[in-house]
Design a binder for this molecule. Structure first.
Ligand code: FAD
Length: 314
């Protein structure tokens, strides 16, 4: 990990910076670039505009992670449930993403699982027959096994649950072989939590691991099972290789999805949609935007100018 990335991770974890930045959210260039709204109504408004103007779908994500306080956990859960209800009323996909550490896993596994079931049930209740899912984000390796176990438990309970897996982890193919036999949505990302002893080494190997995993996700078994492959990447080289692979194996362009972060490469998002592919954006909302937005700067130093503007007096 570069010194720049380490610095942005330290900034993301600084409570003092978080408090200061929340206070100035209204005028922050960083927040307005990467966050889709301060509350549920604003976020659903953004999702509606994206759908109507560009045919792009959204997954709403209430900002808040690594939370142990029961009141804060309950707030995160009720916001996700409110997002499901508002998406249903708006006639959009009832699609939300959640971090297990935001909904109870920092407190107890039983609380986390119970809350995930509440959100899954809210998706089912509001679902309108589109792509309606609660997708579990994948955080650091300390919670990986519990997140995979939670995903299985939700599916066994008949809830519409999806999972995120990280291509950088050497173990990912093992989990994929089980997942592709399920009726589930599986989002493949490169991975934002580097851990040297668990990961493929270097960018080229991670990219190759991404394509190897994509090949498993686009296998005939996956198609037979009604599995939904989701490729969470802004990397156009990888997307190009996946489009070719999918075409050669007979997948229709709308049989899988590309998913990108709100505010990142919007032109590329529209271009892919223009080619007939399903495109979704991961659309964060809420006031606790600082750790999320500063990680986007860590991923791409070119976003540092947004940070500079946010810290300045504009
Ligand atoms: P990169 O090689 O990093 O980037 C490809 C291209 O996109 C480059 O040209 C780069 O300049 C551009 N780009 C990438 N990021 C940015 C940015 N922030 N701003 C501007 N340009 C950028 N990680 C997890 O560990 N767990 C998760 O649950 C998780 N969920 C995710 C969900 C979605 C929908 C997405 C898109 C990502 C998620 N991530 C998650 C983050 C992911 O792991 C990567 O860190 C991130 O997507 C960058 O990798 P990339 O595939 O876009 O490739």
């Amino acid at each position: 990990m570069s010194l720049f990335q380490r610095t942005t991770i330290a900034l993301a974890r600084s409570p003092m910076m978080g408090r200061a930045m929340r206070a100035m959210a209204a005028r922050s260039s960083l927040a307005s670039r990467f966050v889709g709204g301060a509350d549920v109504d604003a976020a659903v408004g953004t999702a509606l505009r994206l759908r109507e103007a560009h045919g792009i779908r959204a997954s709403l994500f209430y900002l808040g992670e690594y939370v142990a306080d029961p009141a804060a956990i309950e707030h995160n859960v009720t916001q996700s449930i409110a997002a499901c209800e508002a998406l249903g009323r708006a006639g959009l996909d009832v699609h939300v993403s959640v971090d297990p550490t935001a909904i109870g896993y920092m407190d107890s596994d039983a609380r986390g699982e119970a809350n995930a079931r509440r959100i899954g049930a809210a998706v089912s209740r509001a679902a309108g027959g589109g792509q309606d899912w609660v997708v579990l984000d994948m955080e650091d390796s300390g919670i990986r096994d519990r997140t995979c176990g939670l995903h299985r438990g939700l599916l066994e309970a008949g809830l519409p649950a999806g999972l995120t897996l990280q291509a950088r982890r050497r173990r990912t193919p093992e989990d994929l072989h089980w997942a592709i036999r399920q009726r589930t949505s599986l989002r493949l990302v490169k991975g934002a939590f580097p851990e040297r002893e668990l990961d493929h080494d270097g960018r080229a190997r991670i990219d190759q691991a991404y394509l190897d995993a994509a090949s498993i996700m686009l296998s005939p078994e996956a198609r037979k099972a009604g599995f939904l492959p989701v490729f969470g990447t802004h990397d156009d080289r990888l997307a190009g290789a996946i489009m070719t692979m999918a075409r050669e194996r007979g997948w229709a362009p709308d049989g899988f999805e590309f998913e990108m972060l709100y505010g990142v490469r919007p032109d590329w998002q529209r271009a892919l949609r223009g080619l007939g592919y399903n495109v979704r954006v991961y659309l964060p909302f809420g006031g606790d935007w600082w750790p999320y937005a500063i990680r986007r700067v860590g991923e791409n130093p070119r976003n540092a100018w947004l940070l500079a503007r946010s810290l300045g007096s504009d």
